[in-house]
Design a protein around this ligand. Sequence first.
Ligand code: NAD
Ligand code: ZN
Ligand code: ZN
Length: 369
Amino acid sequence: LPLFLQVIRCRAAVAWARGKPLSVEEVEVAPPKAHEVRVKIVATGICHTDDHVLEGSFPDIDFPVIPGHEGAGIVESTGEGVTSVKPGDKVILFGLPQCGECRFCLNPDSNYCLKSHLSEPQNLLPDKTSRFTCKGKQIYHFLWISTFAEYTVVPEYTLAKIDAAAPLDKVCLLGCGFSTGYGAAINTAKVKPGSTCAIFGLGGVGLSVIMGCKVSGASRIIAIDINKDKFAKAKELGATECINPQDFKKPVQEVLIEMTGYGVDYSFEVIGTADTVIAALASCKMNTGVCVMVGLVPSGSVVPIDPLLLLSGRTCKGTLLGGWKMRDSIPKLVSSYLEKKFNSDLLITHTLPIAKINEGFELLRAGKR
Ligand code: NAD
Ligand code: ZN
Ligand code: ZN
């Protein structure tokens, strides 16, 4: 068989069941079918959303699964009908596809696609079969891209070709965390120059929101986390003040209202709990304040909201991947990265081999990312 038709054996991190750590296994990766691409993953980030998958709080996941959705790599082979990439091209994979044909893709104001997990679970490829097996068992895909594998097979509309000069171990973050936070500020909130912003949660995504607020010309950027070790990096990226809610007796929303007079112009919830969504909404200014939900609150939970907060004119909105149409935007974001318009490298705290992936999750949980 020619190489591109062969099954590849390689390592991947498999989550066998909900609540269990990942286990690094040898897996078989079948060749790509029509409109699919097999990619050699060079680097992948760990996003908190992957931890939601392991905990079982991400909606509609099937086990055993290979998680991971922040990857960059090199095209190994392509199935019939693939036109946008060829073997050897550098690519970034993303968990929000852009088929380019559905009603949402055709709407210039939307970055949703009807092929997304929320409309059609992406645990199997579009033909409803898996390309992964391990110890004779079928393994499910995650968001169609399963980047915690040395090779993965994905539909063509979940990747984009990027500049050959891009360092894959750095730009993989553009596949989710960086783009989500940066876009939440510039696309979803549309932060105006001179405004005041508050960011709840200073993980990779929250720090990227800070970068987006800064580039938009915000004059006050208030960073909030219960882990004060996050404050130095937040300041380096543009935060003007940092606060730890645990240092105060009163709720953090009252602290923010006192600090700003009437509340902030834009607040961003980048943690994913009901309490912090309530606090973020209550922290924004009467009548004009905008609260953007970025954190993934566990599926099935309910957030009680005081209707007067909205009735009086505040806006509460959410964002998927920062509002970017991913296939169109990723190559442009990579160009901006290469032109040094932002420095997402500052988000990288550790680089580990795949065999140590559970250590990476421990670091994430300990807040040392
Ligand atoms: P992370 O775990 O690296 O960061 C979360 C931060 O929140 C940590 O620094 C932690 O100390 C802080 N925190 C926890 N509880 C807090 C509290 N009560 N008050 C203040 N700070 C608190 O996570 P991440 O990778 O940056 O992801 C953040 C969230 O964004 C996750 O829920 C993730 O699932 C979600 N996410 C959403 C999208 C999207 O498209 N909307 C994309 C990527 C990630
Ligand atoms: Zn993510
Ligand atoms: Zn679409």
